[in-house]
Design a protein around this ligand. Structure first.
Ligand code: FAD
Length: 452
């Protein structure tokens, strides 16, 4: 297939616009937290006076703030493309991961405080109180099960545990988190002191839940379904790039209407036996074309190694996206220095393809040798056509240290450029340090990680 893309033209985003969105979102989240804190503090304050009341007050505060954070966690991974485009999928996932333990600890604290508070109030031991809660209080048993599921998802996400699990196992435990939130809803609405004391808050809280549920439904079900029906994607060709890497060309209807950019990725679901339920993130490896999209995949695990065998022309594909902000319109300057390592070339090649003609680019492509550098020839040809400097730096890391002294030989204007990086974690950190040494401000350093 001929690699020419449709043109998007230049549109460098302005720092102020991005910051306005960030500030707007932070303000909205802050107002929500303020309202929750205000309403629960009011109720908590009224409970103070006895030891049992103090525990119940803490229980109210921890439950409301923990649940609010929990709902935020769900919004962060709801995958609404407009939100993702504003903040970046990886940043939303990182924030989700950072907030998640706090939510879990707060809800755990709520379980402890409420059990102790009620036990003291009823003059019974905590075990008896816990049993009573579950047997005698409406919606309490589902809430306890929900809490158990939350703990399970939390433990499974702990780095050391997760690294020992198959991705799919971890993903399934995470699905239970949604079930947990849903089945805990009843006990909060029916038994929560905040709502018993302030019935007018109930419809507001129910609306917040409904809004979060709608966001998840739209982002994770309705939009992907609509996308699939609209574009009806299918595999057009599977092309071997080298022994470990294949490119998959995907065709469909109305691809000219697809609002994807080079540098973005989709979650791809290939509709073959056993795979339909798992979606894998792969970046576009060429800027979107009116008639096809392309991804380029390196064999790294179960699915990526089997793509060339299992995908055939005509295989149906369901995609979710586009996601990510690794696009050329996030630049602040007209000069780009792009650093790719191995398969990290995919979003870089696609992003650069959309760079306006007036902009300059230098590409530093690192790999052990040419066999580990997919799309190298294509990258060189594109560089020649566009007058970019493409440097393929092969050999062990010691041959090409990521020092300013070494890299300035290839990119002398690095300090005045926007930096784009895609490669393994260590490589990304190395280039980030290099950019700092070159005096490039953080907002001009853009990176895409191939792991969430
Ligand atoms: C934003 C992004 C863009 C990517 N773009 C490319 C690309 O252009 N080319 C390319 O070759 N690779 C890309 N990857 C990596 C690719 O998604 C994984 O290599 C692939 O999903 C591995 O699946 P597997 O079943 O072969 O491996 P497994 O053995 O199942 O998993 C290997 C590792 O891959 C990750 N992984 C597996 N499944 C998923 C999933 N569904 N979602 C997220 N991570 C998962 C996990 O960290 C896991 O530990 C990208 C990843 C991300 C996050």
């Amino acid at each position: 297939m001929k690699l020419t893309n449709r043109s998007h033209g230049a549109a460098p985003t302005r720092i102020a616009k991005h910051h306005r969105r960030l500030n707007g979102a932070a303000l909205l989240a802050g107002i929500g937290l303020g309202v929750v804190l205000g309403a629960s503090s009011y109720v908590a304050f009224e409970l103070l006076g006895t030891v049992s009341g103090a525990f119940n007050a803490l229980s109210v505060l921890t439950s409301m703030i923990g649940t609010y954070l929990c709902l935020m966690l769900l919004v962060l991974v709801s995958r609404i493309p407009a939100i993702e485009r504003s903040f970046g999928h990886d940043r939303m996932v990182i924030l989700h991961r950072t907030l998640a333990p706090y939510s879990l600890f707060l809800i755990g604290a709520h379980v402890i405080f409420s059990t102790v508070g009620y036990a003291l109030g009823h003059n019974i031991n905590v075990v008896q109180q816990f049993v009573d809660f579950n047997l005698q209080y409406p919606w309490m048993l589902p809430a306890t099960v929900g809490f158990g599921l939350m703990v399970m998802a939390g433990v499974a996400s702990y780095r050391r545990v997760r690294s020992k699990m198959k991705y799919e196992t971890w993903w399934t435990t995470h699905l239970y988190f949604y079930v947990a939130v849903a089945i805990s809803f009843g006990h909060q609405i029916e038994g929560g002191r905040v709502f018993l004391n302030n019935p007018w808050l109930k419809p507001i809280w129910i609306s917040v839940y409904a809004l979060v549920a709608a966001t998840i439904f739209v982002g994770r079900i309705a939009l992907p379904l609509a996308f699939s029906l609209r574009h009806r994607l299918r595999v057009a060709a599977v092309v071997e790039e080298n022994k470990d890497v294949v490119s998959i060309y995907i065709t469909g209807r109305k691809l000219d209407k697809l609002k994807a950019r080079g540098g973005q990725f989709f979650q791809w679901r290939f509709m073959v036996r056993d795979w339909w339920w798992q979606a894998h993130p792969y970046s576009l490896s060429a800027a979107p074309h009116d008639e096809w999209l392309r991804i380029t995949v390196k064999s790294l695990g179960d699915q990526s190694s089997a793509l060339s065998k299992r995908l055939k022309p005509g295989t149906r594909v369901v995609a979710e996206g586009p996601y990510g902000i690794f696009t050329e319109d996030r630049r602040y300057t007209d000069e780009v220095v792009a650093f790719a390592a191995g398969i990290g070339i995919t979003p870089i090649r696609a992003m650069l393809e959309e760079l306006p003609l007036a902009s300059r680019a230098t590409v530093i492509y690192r790999a052990l040798d040419a066999t580990q550098a997919p799309l190298m020839q294509e990258m060189k040809e594109l560089g020649e056509q566009r007058g970019w400097n493409v440097h393929c730096l092969f050999g062990p890391p010691a041959d090409h240290p990521l020092t300013l002294e070494h890299i300035e030989k290839f990119a002398p204007r690095i300090g005045e450029s926007d930096i784009y990086i895609c490669g393994p974690g260590g490589f990304t950190v190395g280039v980030q340090k290099l950019a700092e040494a070159a005096g490039v401000p953080e907002f001009r350093v853009h990176h895409e990680a191939f792991a969430f």
